[in-house]
Design a protein around this ligand. Structure first.
Ligand SMILES: Cc1cc2nc3c(=O)[nH]c(=O)nc-3n(C[C@H](O)[C@H](O)[C@H](O)COP(=O)(O)O)c2cc1C
Length: 408
């Protein structure tokens, strides 16, 4: 049979029986206008070097805009982002009007709520009939939300529900449950002794998730607090970055977007170094924190809207690098403390949980804070030991008497 005999409609119909995921390929044009298109032809290509590809139609008006920037970012859409897909499959118009996004390292938009993202520079654009094959060299990539992906099959949208998804997800869930199980009694005790609320917080993908609460609730009912998600952006949860590799820290910093002043980036890095040196973390309160709390309270759980998430991310940016981990801790100075946190480590020395005390007296002197901090750190160290983990030695702690600082 000659190729002439292949009717385009038949071609589409038959190929439509091959299911695909759906991604959005984006780039940020000069002048700051974003461009993007929905793509079903995305694929991984090579591990060494790390290459991916997608196939834009030569008639696409968005691809030339992406091509001109020399880079692109792929956002893998989640099952509840069908509307996002429709917006990016439309020709023309402002595709980003109802979509919230933040910047990848290349400046290209990452669609908020994406299952994963892959930031690339264009390595090569090959001719392929009425399409191009765009080879992208991967610069950075990460898992986003924990949601199931959006699928496209026989002209319709669907979600992935096969049993195989629960298999890889289950060990993850079990790990969280095991950690919480070990932590619960300690959290209750530290909450009772301190009269504060003790939260258990974890990082899932690029989000911070509150997975446990003990003691008298501060501000929010525990039912609202548990499962609360917020973006894992600086300066939030620097504890999860302090003992991780440089790549994790830099990825965390990149979530702030491309236009962060160099001195702010340096201040965030100093902040992280201080946490590692001290072995615990402290967030100071202020006006920007009130705005941040308000933005958090607006999140409609369990599925906050992109606008709400954008507002939280922006509020976190406004908090900035100077309200966490004050440089010098001075004994007789009063501090407006928002919370203090201590890390729980696993066997490989990774932080698997953060214990946070909130609702401390608003203004405290350092000596007063020491007793809260000692209780919290001791509880975190006991949980670490129960998990078979190892607490690294704090190298410099201006607060005396950290009982477990020498736990090996
Ligand atoms: C599920 C889905 C998958 C798509 N996959 C591709 C693709 O792989 N390549 C492509 O050129 N267009 C693809 N499209 C269509 C483009 O998104 C759309 O034609 C294009 O964005 C039109 O707008 P533009 O002129 O702004 O590029 C897909 C659309 C949908 C809904």
């Amino acid at each position: 049979m000659s190729t002439d005999a292949i009717d385009p409609q038949r071609f589409r119909h038959v190929l439509g029986h091959f299911p695909t995921g759906v991604v959005v390929a984006t780039a940020l044009q000069e002048g700051g206008t974003p461009a993007g298109m929905a793509v079903g032809s995305f694929t991984s290509v090579s591990l060494d070097p790390p290459l991916v590809a997608f196939l834009p139609d030569k008639r696409s008006t968005s691809f030339p805009k992406i091509r001109q920037t020399g880079s692109f970012c792929i956002s893998v859409l989640s099952g509840d982002q069908e509307q996002v897909c429709r917006a990016f499959a439309a020709r023309g118009g402002d595709k980003f009007a109802d979509v919230s996004w933040h910047s990848a390292g290349s400046g290209s938009p990452i669609i908020d709520g994406a299952v994963a993202w892959i930031d690339c520079e264009i390595q090569e654009v090959l001719e392929a009939g009425d399409h191009y094959i765009v080879l992208g060299r991967v610069l950075d990539l990460a898992v986003g939300t924990n949601a199931a992906p959006l699928l496209f099959f026989r002209g319709g949208y669907g979600q992935f529900t096969a049993a195989s998804l629960s298999a890889p997800a289950r060990p993850d869930l079990l790990a969280h449950l095991r950690v919480m199980d070990c932590a619960r009694a300690e959290m209750e005790q530290v909450a009772q002794e301190s009269g504060c609320e003790c939260l258990a917080v974890n990082v899932v993908g690029d989000e911070i998730v509150t997975i446990g609460s003990a003691g008298q609730s501060y501000g929010q009912a525990p039912a609202d607090r548990i499962g609360q998600r917020m973006p894992f952006v600086p300066p939030l949860c620097d504890l999860f970055v302090a003992w991780a590799g440089e790549d994790v820290r830099e990825q965390w910093l990149r979530r702030l977007g491309p236009d962060v002043p160099a001195e702010d980036l340096a201040a965030y890095r100093d902040m992280v170094n201080r946490v590692r040196a001290r072995g615990w973390s402290m967030a100071l309160g202020g006006r920007s924190h009130i705005a941040f709390e308000l933005a958090l309270a607006q999140l409609s759980m369990p599925r906050p809207t992109p606008e709400q998430q954008r507002a939280v991310r922006e509020a976190a940016r406004q908090v900035g690098p100077h309200s966490h981990e004050p440089d010098e801790l001075v004994d007789d100075q009063p501090y407006r403390v928002r919370n203090i946190s201590a890390p729980v480590f696993d066997v490989s020395g990774d932080v698997v949980l953060m214990l946070t005390l909130i609702g401390l007296p608003r203004v405290s002197r350092l000596e007063e804070l020491a007793s809260y901090r000692d209780r919290l750190c001791a509880a975190a160290d006991r949980i670490t030991r129960r998990l078979g983990g190892r607490t690294p030695v704090a190298v410099e702690d201006p607060l005396r008497g950290r009982s477990a600082a020498s736990t090996g």
